[in-house]
Design a protein around this ligand. Structure first.
Ligand code: SF4
Length: 231
Protein backbone atom coordinates (compact mmCIF):
# COMPACT_ATOMS: atom_id res chain seq x y z
CA UNK A 1 0.00 0.00 0.00
CA UNK A 2 1.55 3.28 -1.10
CA UNK A 3 1.40 6.29 1.16
CA UNK A 4 2.19 9.98 1.06
CA UNK A 5 4.45 11.16 -1.72
CA UNK A 6 4.77 7.71 -3.31
CA UNK A 7 1.00 7.52 -3.63
CA UNK A 8 0.97 11.03 -5.10
CA UNK A 9 3.59 10.04 -7.69
CA UNK A 10 1.83 6.79 -8.57
CA UNK A 11 -1.47 8.59 -9.19
CA UNK A 12 0.32 11.30 -11.14
CA UNK A 13 2.16 8.80 -13.34
CA UNK A 14 -1.09 6.96 -14.05
CA UNK A 15 -2.72 10.23 -15.08
CA UNK A 16 0.22 11.23 -17.29
CA UNK A 17 0.11 7.92 -19.16
CA UNK A 18 -3.59 8.50 -19.94
CA UNK A 19 -3.20 12.14 -21.06
CA UNK A 20 -4.56 13.16 -24.48
CA UNK A 21 -4.21 16.94 -24.33
CA UNK A 22 -2.06 17.22 -27.46
CA UNK A 23 -3.79 15.60 -30.46
CA UNK A 24 -0.76 15.90 -32.76
CA UNK A 25 1.52 14.12 -30.29
CA UNK A 26 -0.99 11.45 -29.32
CA UNK A 27 -1.49 10.62 -32.98
CA UNK A 28 2.26 10.57 -33.61
CA UNK A 29 3.21 8.27 -30.71
CA UNK A 30 0.45 5.83 -31.62
CA UNK A 31 1.51 5.83 -35.25
CA UNK A 32 5.17 5.19 -34.32
CA UNK A 33 4.05 2.37 -32.01
CA UNK A 34 2.05 0.86 -34.84
CA UNK A 35 4.66 1.06 -37.61
CA UNK A 36 7.73 0.49 -35.36
CA UNK A 37 11.36 0.50 -36.53
CA UNK A 38 12.67 -2.54 -38.34
CA UNK A 39 15.10 -3.36 -35.50
CA UNK A 40 12.24 -3.37 -33.01
CA UNK A 41 9.51 -5.23 -34.91
CA UNK A 42 9.39 -7.80 -32.10
CA UNK A 43 8.66 -5.09 -29.52
CA UNK A 44 5.25 -4.09 -28.30
CA UNK A 45 5.75 -0.33 -28.12
CA UNK A 46 4.46 1.64 -25.14
CA UNK A 47 2.91 4.24 -27.45
CA UNK A 48 1.56 6.49 -24.66
CA UNK A 49 2.84 9.49 -22.70
CA UNK A 50 5.85 8.32 -20.69
CA UNK A 51 5.55 8.88 -16.93
CA UNK A 52 8.15 10.02 -14.42
CA UNK A 53 10.72 7.51 -13.24
CA UNK A 54 12.31 7.34 -9.80
CA UNK A 55 11.36 8.15 -6.25
CA UNK A 56 8.97 10.76 -4.93
CA UNK A 57 11.45 11.29 -2.07
CA UNK A 58 14.06 12.49 -4.56
CA UNK A 59 16.70 15.04 -3.65
CA UNK A 60 17.72 15.36 -7.30
CA UNK A 61 15.41 15.98 -10.24
CA UNK A 62 16.65 15.20 -13.74
CA UNK A 63 14.60 17.09 -16.31
CA UNK A 64 14.78 16.07 -19.95
CA UNK A 65 13.03 17.40 -23.03
CA UNK A 66 10.82 14.50 -24.18
CA UNK A 67 10.94 10.73 -24.76
CA UNK A 68 12.49 9.51 -27.99
CA UNK A 69 10.14 7.97 -30.56
CA UNK A 70 11.96 4.61 -30.51
CA UNK A 71 13.42 5.02 -27.01
CA UNK A 72 11.04 5.94 -24.20
CA UNK A 73 8.03 5.71 -26.50
CA UNK A 74 9.02 2.09 -27.17
CA UNK A 75 10.09 1.00 -23.68
CA UNK A 76 7.70 3.11 -21.58
CA UNK A 77 10.49 4.54 -19.42
CA UNK A 78 12.22 7.88 -19.85
CA UNK A 79 15.70 7.76 -21.42
CA UNK A 80 15.44 3.98 -21.72
CA UNK A 81 16.42 2.21 -24.91
CA UNK A 82 18.25 4.96 -26.76
CA UNK A 83 21.73 6.42 -27.04
CA UNK A 84 20.96 9.54 -24.97
CA UNK A 85 19.79 7.30 -22.17
CA UNK A 86 22.96 5.23 -22.36
CA UNK A 87 25.00 8.33 -21.67
CA UNK A 88 22.70 9.62 -18.97
CA UNK A 89 22.34 6.39 -17.00
CA UNK A 90 26.06 5.71 -17.12
CA UNK A 91 26.73 9.16 -15.63
CA UNK A 92 24.09 8.56 -12.93
CA UNK A 93 25.60 5.17 -12.15
CA UNK A 94 29.12 6.59 -11.90
CA UNK A 95 28.07 9.11 -9.25
CA UNK A 96 25.95 6.63 -7.29
CA UNK A 97 22.49 7.75 -8.40
CA UNK A 98 21.62 4.54 -10.30
CA UNK A 99 22.23 0.88 -9.46
CA UNK A 100 23.36 -0.10 -12.96
CA UNK A 101 24.90 1.66 -15.96
CA UNK A 102 22.58 0.40 -18.72
CA UNK A 103 18.88 1.04 -19.13
CA UNK A 104 17.39 -1.36 -21.65
CA UNK A 105 13.72 -1.95 -20.82
CA UNK A 106 11.16 -1.37 -18.05
CA UNK A 107 11.92 -4.63 -16.24
CA UNK A 108 15.72 -4.51 -16.33
CA UNK A 109 16.09 -3.92 -12.57
CA UNK A 110 17.14 -0.28 -12.89
CA UNK A 111 16.71 1.70 -9.67
CA UNK A 112 17.47 5.34 -9.14
CA UNK A 113 18.77 6.53 -5.78
CA UNK A 114 17.44 9.83 -4.39
CA UNK A 115 16.54 10.80 -7.94
CA UNK A 116 13.42 11.45 -9.99
CA UNK A 117 13.58 11.65 -13.78
CA UNK A 118 10.98 13.75 -15.55
CA UNK A 119 10.49 15.68 -18.81
CA UNK A 120 8.97 18.97 -19.88
CA UNK A 121 7.07 17.06 -22.59
CA UNK A 122 5.93 13.52 -21.79
CA UNK A 123 5.13 12.48 -25.37
CA UNK A 124 7.70 11.81 -28.07
CA UNK A 125 7.40 14.68 -30.58
CA UNK A 126 8.15 14.50 -34.33
CA UNK A 127 11.79 15.51 -34.95
CA UNK A 128 12.20 15.87 -31.16
CA UNK A 129 10.48 19.26 -31.38
CA UNK A 130 7.34 19.87 -29.35
CA UNK A 131 5.47 23.08 -30.17
CA UNK A 132 5.18 25.84 -27.57
CA UNK A 133 1.51 24.98 -27.18
CA UNK A 134 2.39 21.35 -26.43
CA UNK A 135 5.05 22.40 -23.93
CA UNK A 136 2.50 24.70 -22.35
CA UNK A 137 -0.01 21.84 -22.10
CA UNK A 138 2.57 19.60 -20.42
CA UNK A 139 3.41 22.23 -17.79
CA UNK A 140 0.39 20.88 -15.95
CA UNK A 141 2.31 17.64 -15.32
CA UNK A 142 5.60 19.37 -14.57
CA UNK A 143 3.96 21.45 -11.88
CA UNK A 144 2.18 18.41 -10.43
CA UNK A 145 5.53 16.59 -10.34
CA UNK A 146 7.16 19.45 -8.46
CA UNK A 147 4.31 19.39 -5.95
CA UNK A 148 4.64 15.62 -5.39
CA UNK A 149 8.42 15.56 -5.04
CA UNK A 150 8.65 18.41 -2.55
CA UNK A 151 11.91 17.29 -0.96
CA UNK A 152 14.07 18.00 -4.00
CA UNK A 153 17.21 20.07 -3.54
CA UNK A 154 18.79 20.13 -7.00
CA UNK A 155 17.16 20.20 -10.44
CA UNK A 156 19.46 19.19 -13.30
CA UNK A 157 18.05 20.39 -16.60
CA UNK A 158 19.24 18.74 -19.80
CA UNK A 159 19.25 21.26 -22.61
CA UNK A 160 17.94 24.76 -23.12
CA UNK A 161 14.27 23.84 -23.63
CA UNK A 162 14.11 21.78 -20.44
CA UNK A 163 15.80 24.67 -18.62
CA UNK A 164 13.33 27.28 -19.88
CA UNK A 165 10.21 25.28 -19.09
CA UNK A 166 11.47 24.17 -15.69
CA UNK A 167 12.06 27.82 -14.83
CA UNK A 168 8.45 28.56 -15.72
CA UNK A 169 7.07 25.64 -13.75
CA UNK A 170 9.10 26.63 -10.70
CA UNK A 171 7.77 30.17 -10.77
CA UNK A 172 4.20 28.97 -11.24
CA UNK A 173 4.52 26.63 -8.25
CA UNK A 174 5.67 29.42 -5.97
CA UNK A 175 9.47 29.14 -6.27
CA UNK A 176 10.43 32.78 -6.78
CA UNK A 177 13.59 33.31 -8.81
CA UNK A 178 15.11 35.76 -11.27
CA UNK A 179 16.86 33.21 -13.50
CA UNK A 180 16.29 33.82 -17.21
CA UNK A 181 16.24 31.25 -20.04
CA UNK A 182 19.07 33.18 -21.73
CA UNK A 183 21.37 32.23 -18.83
CA UNK A 184 21.52 28.62 -19.96
CA UNK A 185 25.08 27.34 -20.32
CA UNK A 186 26.59 23.93 -19.74
CA UNK A 187 27.73 23.69 -16.12
CA UNK A 188 25.89 26.83 -15.03
CA UNK A 189 24.34 26.70 -11.58
CA UNK A 190 21.79 28.91 -9.92
CA UNK A 191 20.84 29.21 -6.26
CA UNK A 192 17.10 29.14 -5.62
CA UNK A 193 15.13 29.93 -2.46
CA UNK A 194 15.08 27.44 0.44
CA UNK A 195 18.58 26.10 -0.25
CA UNK A 196 17.69 24.66 -3.64
CA UNK A 197 19.79 24.68 -6.79
CA UNK A 198 19.33 24.46 -10.50
CA UNK A 199 22.09 23.06 -12.72
CA UNK A 200 22.38 23.06 -16.50
CA UNK A 201 23.84 20.47 -18.83
CA UNK A 202 23.83 20.12 -22.55
CA UNK A 203 21.35 17.44 -23.53
CA UNK A 204 23.07 14.07 -24.12
CA UNK A 205 21.55 13.83 -27.61
CA UNK A 206 23.68 12.38 -30.38
CA UNK A 207 23.86 15.83 -31.91
CA UNK A 208 25.94 16.86 -28.88
CA UNK A 209 27.72 13.61 -28.02
CA UNK A 210 28.77 12.69 -31.58
CA UNK A 211 30.22 16.12 -32.17
CA UNK A 212 32.12 16.23 -28.88
CA UNK A 213 30.15 19.25 -27.67
CA UNK A 214 29.25 17.10 -24.66
CA UNK A 215 31.73 14.51 -23.37
CA UNK A 216 31.10 11.81 -20.78
CA UNK A 217 33.37 13.69 -18.36
CA UNK A 218 31.36 16.91 -18.80
CA UNK A 219 28.09 15.11 -18.11
CA UNK A 220 29.44 13.24 -15.11
CA UNK A 221 30.85 16.47 -13.64
CA UNK A 222 27.38 18.03 -13.62
CA UNK A 223 25.98 15.10 -11.66
CA UNK A 224 28.96 15.05 -9.30
CA UNK A 225 28.14 18.67 -8.53
CA UNK A 226 24.44 17.82 -8.10
CA UNK A 227 25.30 15.14 -5.54
CA UNK A 228 27.57 17.57 -3.72
CA UNK A 229 24.86 20.25 -3.56
CA UNK A 230 22.12 17.78 -2.56
CA UNK A 231 24.11 16.81 0.52
S1 SF4 B 1 2.77 16.18 -24.24
FE1 SF4 B 1 2.04 16.20 -22.11
S2 SF4 B 1 0.13 17.37 -22.16
FE2 SF4 B 1 0.58 16.74 -24.27
S3 SF4 B 1 -0.53 14.78 -24.54
FE3 SF4 B 1 1.57 14.29 -23.90
S4 SF4 B 1 1.44 14.10 -21.67
FE4 SF4 B 1 -0.39 15.18 -22.35
Amino acid sequence: MLAGRDRCLFKLNTAIAACERCPRLVQYIQQVAHTRRRAYLHWEYWGKPVPNFGTAEAKILVVGLAPAAHGGNRTGRLFTGDESGNWLFRALYEVGLANQPESLHRDDGMELHHTLMTAVCHCAPPANKPTREELQNCQHWMKATLRCAQEWKVAVTLGRVAFEWTLRALRETGVEHSVKPSQFAHGAEFALPHGRWMLCSYHPSQQNTFTGKLTREMLRAVFERAVQLAR
